[in-house]
Design a protein around this ligand. Structure first.
Ligand SMILES: *Cc1c(COP(=O)(O)O)cnc(C)c1O
Length: 370
């Protein structure tokens, strides 16, 4: 195995999933959102654990993401959160996924595919309550049910909408979305009192901090991995980060003052220094924007990145307080000794959010499950 790898603590994933599920009322189901390879944590493993922990369904963005889950023998419903083009309807049927639909969906083509497969395709109606990404207008929901019902091989599974500001300190927009969704649910229930539709609005932030965003199903994503959606969302369930990023020193050199380091010599040693090389680069998902900004842990000590992050390697300055040799352990994200580096710290230095850091870890970095 490469000396560079991600470790995912599955007991902590389980603990987080349990705390999330236990926080929901008994009448609410939960859909574990494991798109983008489970936010980089590995969708098959994360999906398996979620199913074992009683999550009723899973969600991914595109039908291609259903394939490894089905191949792994995962049988629960899989929701597709993005819109699917007609070219991929076959894959929807093959993987028995539940596609998101709205007025831009070619329902006729979807019905044909369902007929050819001799199956009923269940659809999740996307509703736009204020994010303005995808979805029908809430006031068109009843009309849309009638449209879907006009196709023999399609069936409405339920309705979902996505929150755009649930992680903000000011919750007025989030409550506005919840109210719109609520009104729509009432109209649908008046129209079809006996239907057992799934109504899903809350994402991680909604689940943790917007009470009225919970309908019959919650869709937690990032909090499964112990990361809060933003600094404004308190970690009221005590969820714990599950992922750490490791490597080891491959080279150590002692340089005189005035030596430029890396591409462009953007760092010049101000004095004689010890420099260690780490075999990790932006091709692994360690952001290039951490050039001359990031830090890593060696022997529990923070060592600043010097020079530009290369595709496969980067250099750090070794403080005088420690001695470093090739083979010494490096932590890029996580804890070592008394020090730790959080996803939020890395994201802030890279001017992004933890979501993007996690999704950026590339396939060439092995995932180790402990
Ligand atoms: C990504 C996504 C989620 C999960 O979002 P988190 O902020 O990670 O909880 C839920 N619903 C939809 C539609 C999404 O796209």
């Amino acid at each position: 195995m490469r000396p560079t790898y991600l470790t995912i603590n599955t007991s902590l994933v389980r603990e987080n999933l349990r705390k999330i599920k236990d926080s929901l009322p008994e009448w609410s189901t939960s859909t574990a959102v494991i798109k983008a390879n489970g936010y980089g944590h590995g969708s098959v493993m994360m999906g398996r654990i979620a199913v074992e922990e009683g999550y009723e369904s899973l969600a991914v963005a595109i039908p291609e993401e259903s394939v490894p889950l089905r191949n792994a023998g995962i049988m629960v419903p899989i929701y597709l959160l993005g819109l699917t083009r007609p070219q991929s309807f076959e894959l929807v049927a093959d993987t028995n996924s539940i596609p998101a639909v709205c007025e831009s969906t070619d329902l006729e083509a979807l019905d044909k595919v369902a007929e050819n497969h001799d199956m009923i395709i269940r659809v999740a109606v996307a509703v736009d309550t204020g994010m303005h990404r995808i979805g029908i207008k809430p006031e068109d929901a009843v009309e849309f049910i009638k449209r879907v019902e006009s196709y023999e091989n399609l069936e409405v599974d339920g309705f979902f909408s996505h929150m755009s500001n649930a992680d903000a300190a000011d919750q007025s927009h989030a409550h506005g979305q919840a109210q719109k969704f609520h009104k729509m649910v009432d109209e649908i229930r008046a129209f079809r009192p006996d239907a057992d539709y799934r109504f899903s609005l809350a994402n991680s932030a909604g689940l943790l901090s917007v009470k009225d965003s919970l309908f019959t199903d919650a869709r937690p994503g990032i909090i499964q991995y112990g990361i809060m959606p933003s600094l404004d969302v308190p970690n009221r369930l005590g969820l714990k980060p599950v992922l750490s990023f490791h490597s080891e020193v491959v080279h150590v050199q002692h340089l005189e003052a005035g030596e430029g380091i890396g591409y462009g010599s953007t760092y010049v040693t101000p004095e004689p220094m010890t420099i260690a090389t780490i075999p990790v680069g932006y091709a692994d998902g360690y952001p290039r924007s951490l050039s001359n900004r990031g830090t890593v842990l060696i022997h529990g000590t923070r060592c600043p990145v010097v020079g530009r992050i290369c595709m496969d390697q980067f250099m750090v300055a070794v403080p005088d307080t420690i001695t470093v040799q090739p083979g010494d352990k490096v932590v890029l994200l996580g804890s070592q000794g008394h020090e730790s580096i959080s996803a939020l710290e890395i994201a802030a230095l890279a001017s992004t959010i933890p979501y993007e850091i996690f999704c950026g870890f590339s396939e060439r970095v092995p995932r180790q499950y402990i």
